[in-house]
Write a protein that binds this ligand. Structure first.
Ligand SMILES: [Zn+2]
Length: 325
């Protein structure tokens, strides 16, 4: 009798503690994180930091068309494959007298017969300017891209997600332009959002801002603002107007697209001082979680009953801020 009472108490304790520990660091509605946790709890900042270290220190400057680009492409392919991605695509393109490469890992819908027929793109350019280790520009975004591909590899989705590391961004958005211009009309039609990660870890830059080419909100900024309210300890990111990164060619094809970047930019931008010592792991982790939660919100299988319940992600208000670079 005593013994069974003891076990009963243990059982009660276990069942009451599980949800508490799961939501211990939440603010607001405990249900808010139910979906997000599927991916964001797995995001490992140490792994992202190791990518930044390998790209910026082991390889160093990763100028398009050089041997350093080939080393970078090898690294990206090996990483994607180690997460279980098959058929990682290396997409070559010629520009300005040299060849550069996009590296593409595709996660197909894997939830039985559910397939929305839609696609999301997460992008980051893997090249840097000459003479710069490019720790923030853009080993930071590339590291986050790899980690998001890893944590999503086994998550149930009904929407295809493509993780694309673009080549030759610094030479005029060449890789992303090549990719976007070669999308068929059907592909363009079915692509519902493009998230560009570029310079997301500088300790010396300002706050996260979501830039769209036309300065308007779109599906991508709506998803990320809502995700920011759920998973970030910082303010909901504002939106603003700027091109200058790989979201531009997608916008030009009519795809909702946004650039995630901290502004104002750090003083080390495009200099030899853009090194790993200037990276803030807190910022890097925060942006990766926001974009991860936003992408997974859009890609996870739709569950109408849950959408109507109190744990469905809520739209939030977020504001325009004048661009400050
Ligand atoms: Zn960049």
């Amino acid at each position: 009798m005593k013994r069974s009472l003891f076990y009963l108490l243990i059982l009660i304790l276990v069942f009451t503690m599980v949800p508490l520990s799961g939501y211990a660091d939440d603010t607001g509605n405990p249900g808010d994180h139910a979906f997000d946790n599927r991916v964001i709890k797995q995001i490992d900042i140490d792994r992202i930091y190791e990518h930044v270290s390998y790209l910026s220190e082991t390889i160093g400057p990763r100028v398009a068309g050089t041997d350093a680009e080939l080393e970078t492409v090898d690294y990206l392919v090996e990483e994607f494959e180690s997460y279980g991605y098959e058929d990682v695509e290396i997409q070559p393109f010629d520009t300005l007298g040299f060849t550069s490469y996009n590296v593409i890992a595709t996660k197909e819908p894997n939830n039985r017969n559910q397939d929305s027929g839609q696609k999301l793109i997460v992008g980051a350019h893997h090249d840097s300017v000459p003479g710069s280790p490019g720790a923030n520009d853009n080993a930071s975004g590339t590291g986050a891209l790899l980690e998001l591909a890893r944590v999503m590899a086994n998550a149930p989705v009904d929407t295809e997600i493509q993780f694309i590391a673009f080549g030759a961004e610094e030479r005029g958005l060449v890789g992303s332009r090549y990719y976007a211009e070669n999308m068929s009309e059907d592909e363009v039609e079915s692509t519902v959002g493009m998230f560009q990660l570029d310079m997301i870890g500088s300790a010396d830059a300002g706050d996260l801002t979501m830039f769209t080419v036309d300065g308007n909100q779109n599906t991508v900024t709506d998803l990320a603002a809502s995700a920011g309210a759920r998973v970030s300890h910082n303010d909901i990111p504002p939106f603003s107007m700027l091109g200058r990164s790989d979201h531009v060619p997608f916008y030009e094809r009519g795809i909702p697209a946004a650039l995630f970047i901290h502004t104002p930019l750090e003083p080390w931008y495009h200099s030899p001082e853009d090194t790993i010592e200037k990276i803030s792991t807190e910022k890097l982790e925060d942006v990766t979680k926001i974009v991860g939660a936003a992408v997974y919100h859009a890609a996870r299988p739709s569950t109408p009953a849950l959408e109507r319940s109190e744990i469905a992600p809520e739209p939030v208000d977020y504001y325009y801020e004048d661009p400050e670079l």
